[in-house]
Design a protein around this ligand. Structure first.
Ligand code: DX5
Ligand code: ZN
Length: 218
């Protein structure tokens, strides 16, 4: 099971300290939400911030691009230290070249879909991705409520993975706390991206341990 605190819920006044806190927390990935004020109605941070915190953490850097023009950002984030780059399937026609470009940069490939987007839209790409990130809130902000209907997508993703003999990770992102993470694990998720429930807690290490226990006990 992969536990991935999302930096969006960290204290932006001391991002370096927060990145180091994640490094010592027992988490597996650091999730980095990149928002462009166009694909989503919010702006977060860019490659310069990722580059600055890269030396402070040994965690896998999981860059989630909620951006209308990811093609111009792949190389900057790859150079800044991303290990995995996730793009959105809503960008239609561009998905194949984007996947190819991420691979050519030597990075792991993630594909994400928003709550209103049907699972059929990701089906054609399942054999060329490393992770499927199922958005369980409408992207743009932390601290929103988990949309329960998204659990059926997790079940579908797990069923397809089994039937097709693939091994992409199944990630949930948005509104996930310990109890919800357990339900997601039950449905087939193996990667848990959490802002409020992890970075939002004063003791991140304890919060990661609680979540790991919760998903392992499913
Ligand atoms: C939302 C982001 C999430 C966000 C999750 O657009 O993609 O990664 O940080 O935050 P919580 O866990 O607070 O919903
Ligand atoms: Zn995210």
């Amino acid at each position: 099971m992969v536990i991935a605190p999302s930096l969006l819920a960290a204290n932006f006044a001391r991002l370096g300290v927060e990145a180091a806190r994640a490094d010592r927390s027992g988490a597996d990935w650091l999730h980095l939400d990149i928002m462009d004020g166009h694909f989503v109605p919010n702006i977060s941070f860019g490659p310069a911030v990722v580059k600055t915190i890269r030396p402070l953490s040994r965690l896998t850097f999981d860059v989630h691009l909620m951006c209308s023009r990811p093609e111009i950002l792949l190389e900057p984030f790859a150079k800044a230290g991303a290990d995995r780059i996730t793009i959105h399937v809503e960008l239609d026609g561009q998905v194949v070249p984007l996947i190819w470009k991420i691979r050519s940069l030597g990075k792991q490939v993630g594909l994400s879909l928003n709550p209103p987007t049907a699972m059929a839209s990701v089906e054609p790409y399942l054999d060329r991705i490393d992770s499927l990130l199922i958005m369980t809130v409408n992207p743009g902000f932390g601290g929103q409520e988990f949309i329960t209907e998204c659990l059926t997508k997790v079940q579908q993703a797990a069923a397809w993975r089994e039937q097709l003999g693939l091994n992409y990770r199944i990630a949930v992102d948005g509104g996930v706390d310990d109890a919800i993470a357990a339900s997601c694990a039950q449905a087939g998720a193996d990667t848990f991206i959490c802002g409020t429930a992890l970075f939002g807690q004063p003791n991140l290490k304890a919060a990661v341990a609680r979540m790991r226990k919760s998903v392992n006990a499913r």
